[in-house]
Design a protein around this ligand. Structure first.
Ligand code: SF4
Length: 425
């Protein structure tokens, strides 16, 4: 028997409920980027230039920041790199780019942060890998020196544990303990435990040394989607530090993008994660900004944040007569992205705009009506005309060879009228 509508319950919206974490404040020239607590999920990225080349590094940091990266990490691996850091900061300040810089330290961070105070001061946050700070008693002393530098300069710290550079002494201890269990755990489960223990215990040690718990962000990166999900679910239960999410060594192109999006989306949907980085290997000739584009698309697809107007486009099928609609979809997408820096200033709220570009009459009118402005191109056998829908109603029909430019003009006019009006209220 078919149930009557009056007997049914409304279907709940699917909205992630963020797990409340402590909020870190990452400061740069008086501008503060908050991470955790009620702050939006932040996007971060990492340069792949030689930090010693201060000009090239500053240019790439600027590009990443303009693409939407709210924090940018740079490698600080040698005295020369540490010396370059204040110059990179200076150049960014001169260009009006106030994105906080994070120093990525391994092996010699204790020395670099102590011997190069200008570097320690110019950075806004330090990344410390507890698996790469030395062994035995040296480890505690060197870790302590880095935390003391952070406390002295009032910087935030990410304690970033990585599957590939796990604290071997801790892992060996846990393996020994596991072998004494009546029913030993799977080796992978011991690895999970080692990752989480290393991060949480290091954070507790950092607090004992004098760093405020709010200024600590944790990460436990692995390269497998299911491993990442398992580890972060448990990590978020064991602490309330802000969490940095990322799949390490995600890989290139489609594989890296899909793996990162899958892993991050599962966790973000469960409310886990305060800042994300998508670790893509750029394909030859590909811009480093791609990792920022993918990170923004993940957050926008999950409706956690909005950055650019969304373009709904059908995939096309045997009903489409040409590539016109593919070109139009790409053209409109590129056009919206290119105009956003200017529109953001003049038309507040423009990032919520929804545009539809559809291939034929089957879903074209319906999907276009759901968008703020949509166009339904003619499919095979349809009259060579493209109806345009604005705010759910058919307003006009475009014809001719320059439908693309006509539609662009309409989109721009719609934005000016709707969002320009909002800014004048
Ligand atoms: S809207 Fe038309 S062209 Fe696009 S996928 Fe559907 S049937 Fe094919």
């Amino acid at each position: 028997m078919i149930q009557k509508m009056s007997d049914k319950q409304p279907i709940s919206f699917s909205e992630p409920v963020r797990k409340l974490t402590r909020q870190a404040r990452i400061e740069c020239n008086g501008h503060v980027v908050t991470v955790g607590g009620n702050a939006p999920v932040r996007i971060q990225s990492m340069t792949n230039t030689d930090t010693v080349d201060a000009v090239e590094t500053a240019i790439q940091v600027k590009e990443l920041a303009l693409a939407g990266s709210e924090l940018v990490r740079i490698t600080v691996n040698t005295p020369e790199a540490a010396l370059a850091v204040p110059y990179i900061r200076e150049q960014l300040d001169r260009m009006g780019v106030h994105v906080p810089l994070i120093g990525d330290f391994h092996f010699n961070g204790h020395t670099l942060l102590t011997d190069y105070p200008a570097c320690a001061k110019a950075l806004s946050k330090y990344r410390i890998n507890p698996g790469n700070v030395g062994k035995g008693e040296k480890r505690d002393r060197q870790f302590g020196m880095m935390i003391e530098a952070a406390a002295r300069w009032n910087k935030a710290v990410r304690i970033g544990v990585n599957w590939g550079s796990l604290d071997q002494e801790l892992l060996a201890d846990l393996m020994d303990e596991n072998s004494r269990r009546p029913t030993p755990w799977d080796v992978r489960q011991v690895m999970y435990e080692a990752l989480i223990s290393s991060a949480v215990e290091s954070a507790q040690r950092a607090e004992q040394i004098g760093l405020a718990g709010e200024q600590i962000i944790l990460s436990c990166k692995v390269s497998g989607v299911q491993d990442l999900v398992a580890v972060y679910r448990e990590l978020s239960k064991r602490c309330n530090y802000a969490l940095h999410l990322g799949l390490t060594e995600a890989g290139m192109g489609t594989k890296g993008t899909v793996a990162s999006a899958s892993a991050l989306s599962i966790l973000l949907q469960e409310g886990i994660g305060d800042t994300i980085r998508v670790s893509l290997t750029p394909q030859p000739g590909e811009s480093r900004n791609q990792e920022v584009v993918v990170a923004s698309e993940i957050l926008q697809a999950l409706e956690l944040r909005r950055f650019v107007p969304s373009v709904t486009a059908c995939p096309g099928c045997g009903r489409t007569t040409s590539t016109t609609f593919q070109e139009l979809a790409k053209d409109i997408d590129d056009f919206l992205r290119a105009r956003m820096p200017e529109w953001k200033k003049s038309f507040p709220g423009v990032e919520s705009l929804k545009v539809a570009v559809m291939g034929c009459i089957v879903n074209g009118p319906g999907e276009s009506k759901h968008a703020d402005i949509g166009i339904s191109l003619p499919g095979t056998g349809e009259a060579p005309a493209a109806p345009v829908y604005i705010d759910g109603e058919k307003r006009m029909t475009l014809r001719g060879d320059d439908i693309v430019s006509q539609f662009r003009v309409l989109v721009e006019k719609y934005i000016e009228e709707r969002f320009g009006r909002a800014s004048n209220l």
